[in-house]
Design a protein around this ligand. Structure first.
Ligand SMILES: [Zn+2]
Ligand SMILES: [Zn+2]
Length: 183
């Protein structure tokens, strides 16, 4: 008999004391930070988690419906525009993989051996709830996140973001793509 299992996860991620969370451009490889947006980040994490789990043979049958419309994000340095999940920082991706392995893959493998005789069909619905904390998260660790980079306020959409202190070029707003010329 098939039974539905909804897996809910509480992930603790580190943001800096100004509540910025780190992202990285997949095109130019530079880091920038955006104000914590729990809803958008949860979708991003859930999609990374189900992507990772599918490589481990765990299929999230709800993967298309559970993700709301992707948030378009623009790299402040090179202007590459893509879905928010493409900007996940490698450290965060690594954290998610380690978390998913520990919380899902390992228990599932254990369960699989236990239930081997009866046979299992598991349908997984992933719900990822992100909480942001300046403190160190419990296992596996994310952060701590330093208060580096300079804060920029986009006058067009009022969004705040941060860029490398050494950056001297123009900056595109990650939210509305307005090109900002530094003073
Ligand atoms: Zn870039
Ligand atoms: Zn803007």
């Amino acid at each position: 008999m098939e039974h539905d299992t909804t897996l809910r996860f509480m992930v603790s991620l580190a943001c800096d004391t100004r509540e910025f969370f780190r992202w990285q451009c997949p095109h130019c490889g530079l880091d920038f930070k955006l104000k914590v947006d729990a809803d958008a980040t949860q979708d991003v994490l859930a999609s990374w988690m189900s992507r990772y789990l599918s490589t481990q043979g765990v299929k999230d049958q709800d993967d298309t419906e559970s993700i709301t419309a992707p948030t378009l994000t623009t790299c402040p340095y090179c202007g590459t525009a893509s879905e928010r999940q493409d900007f996940v920082h490698p450290q965060v991706a690594q954290f998610i993989r380690a978390f998913a392995f520990r919380e899902v893959v390992e228990p599932l493998v254990t369960k699989m051996f236990r239930d081997f005789a009866s046979g299992i069909k598991s349908s997984k619905h992933l719900t990822v709830k992100a909480s942001f904390s300046e403190a160190r998260a419990q296992r596996p660790l994310s952060g701590p996140e330093p208060d580096d980079q300079v804060v920029i306020l986009c006058l067009a959409c009022r969004q705040e973001f941060t860029v490398e202190e050494s950056w001297r070029g123009t900056v595109a707003c990650p939210g509305c793509q307005t090109v900002l010329v530094p003073q």
